[in-house]
Design a protein around this ligand. Structure first.
Ligand code: UTP
Length: 458
């Protein structure tokens, strides 16, 4: 057994758990590297590791469920009236300074294969603006519209935190009030190999992954950000993912319904495009609680089941847009209520005697929608896919940079069309800066769109 002053207990735990292979390169390490490795190991909860590995052996079958009720897009005059009323309540809530925005940007973006935080990926089809810049400019535009500062929480993780902070500093926080932009890190959790053992990433560090977007509720609390929000009187946190450039970050109608329903969590839903679409669906469990069942956990017969109108019975898909009541987050975090971990089999880099190799192992992540069944009051609002959802997940093909840019262009064209502003045929790409119009209503009544292939309205 190796020894190092002050670390006897952790060394013993490593051996007892059968993970002594993490000391394979011990004799070649410098004192600093030895300390680094032992410090990392001292943060690992070996009991938790065993529990996580046990998860890989059992398939968690969701409880019995039926489709969750949701509020559909308005069709009747009464529904239009209810939406209009919700909008007024929402505007009032925003103007009172009770709303902040929250982006989760701690993911590793492995499918996109981009070197750096996903938020600095250039997505503007004409402007080439990054995801972060587009989100920042939307917030800036809402601030102007509602005449109030809208705090912005940004969750990062160990590997992209500094690069994210540097990026915002370099760009002067896109002129947002930097005292109200809170950038904080989420937790990391060790990944395991197929035998349930720790994985060396370098001779003196353990491979870990961020603990999933579900780690965000705990991270808000432990980072002290939640406390700052509560002190500022923030009651509603508008949650979104960094890789959706179409997200409506501050939506008065959504916020108004959330407030009216006294909801702890509200969510946006859209109709699944086809049964196999890889998004989770909203359900009501047999205990009456609302939740999301991941596409991979939805039994096949339910995936294809139709209702009397011929629509998918489990058709209300989750697009990871939520509103969280800040007191609810506090209750969860203070009560030490941990969301469950989910297992994913993934490629993981491992350091071996032959240098770096790629192995198949397990990553463990929490999902933020697992907070839903913990709520007593919640609300689900239907939205239009083409107006709010353009995920940038892959380099090409489905949910890629190309599809997201096409969706952005189509939406901007639709806005102009709604205003009877003709787009010349020669225009192939058009983009509207959020600072020019963050909603179609912000567009002027007439604009002469230039006769050129690429147009940027800014
Ligand atoms: P995804 O599950 O799509 O993961 O994250 P990803 O890391 O972006 O991409 P892949 O799967 O490695 O290709 C959805 C959203 O949740 C955030 C991501 O940054 C993204 O905004 N996220 C994900 C976190 O903030 N932390 C995590 O641990 C995981």
């Amino acid at each position: 057994m190796i020894s190092f002053e002050g670390y006897d207990t952790v060394i013993k735990k490593v051996y007892q758990s059968g993970n002594e292979h993490v000391f394979t390169f011990w004799d070649d390490l410098t004192i600093e590297q030895k300390k680094h490795l032992l410090q990392e190991l001292s943060l690992i909860n070996f009991d938790e590791i065993n529990e996580l590995y046990a998860l890989t052996k059992k398939h968690i079958i969701p409880m019995n469920f039926e489709p969750a009720p949701f509020t559909r897009l308005p069709q009747t005059p009464e529904e239009h009236k209810a939406f209009e009323y919700a909008k007024q309540v929402g505007i009032d809530t925003i103007k009172k300074g009770k709303v902040a925005s929250f982006v989760v940007a701690g993911g590793q973006g492995s499918r996109l294969g981009f070197d750096g935080p996903k938020g600095i990926f250039p997505i503007g089809p004409v402007s080439n603006k990054t995801l972060f810049q587009i989100h920042a400019e939307k917030i800036k535009a809402y601030e102007k519209k509602f005449g109030i500062d809208i705090p912005w929480c940004i969750m990062t993780s160990e590997s992209n935190h500094q690069a994210t902070v540097d990026y915002f500093e370099k760009h002067n926080f896109f002129t947002l009030n930097k005292d109200k932009v809170f950038i904080f890190k989420q937790n990391m959790i060790p990944s395991l190999d197929e035998q349930g053992k720790l994985i060396l990433e370098t001779p003196y560090s353990i491979f870990r992954n961020p603990d999933g977007h579900g780690g965000s509720l705990t991270a808000l609390y432990t980072s002290g950000t939640l406390n700052k929000l509560l002190t500022m009187g923030i009651e509603v946190l508008s949650y979104f993912q960094v890789d959706n450039p179409l997200v409506r970050i501050i939506d008065p109608v959504f916020i108004g319904f959330h407030v009216k329903h006294n909801a702890e969590v509200s969510s946006k839903a859209l109709q699944k495009a086809y049964p196999e679409e890889k998004i989770g669906v909203f359900v009501k469990f047999s205990n009456g609680r609302i939740g999301v069942v991941e596409y991979s956990d939805l039994p096949q017969e339910k995936q294809y089941e139709k209702d009397e109108q011929g629509n998918l019975r489990y058709g209300a898909g989750s697009i990871a847009i939520h509103l969280f009541n800040t007191h609810f987050i506090e209750k969860i975090a203070q009560g030490n209520i941990s969301l469950p971990f989910h297992v994913a089999k993934k490629s993981i880099p491992q350091y071996t005697n032959n240098g770096k190799v790629t192995i198949t192992g397990y990553k463990f992540e929490k999902f933020v929608f697992d907070a839903l069944p913990l709520t007593e009051h919640n609300f689900i609002l239907e939205t239009k896919r083409e107006e709010e959802f353009a995920p940038v997940k892959n380099k090409s093909g489905v949910d890629s940079v190309d599809t997201a840019q096409e969706l952005m262009i189509n939406l901007y064209k639709k806005w102009l069309l709604q205003k009877n502003i003709p787009v010349p045929k020669v225009v192939e790409k058009i983009e509207i800066s959020p600072l020019y119009a963050v909603e179609p209503d912000d567009l002027p009544d007439s604009i002469a769109i230039p006769q050129q292939k690429e147009v940027y309205l800014a």
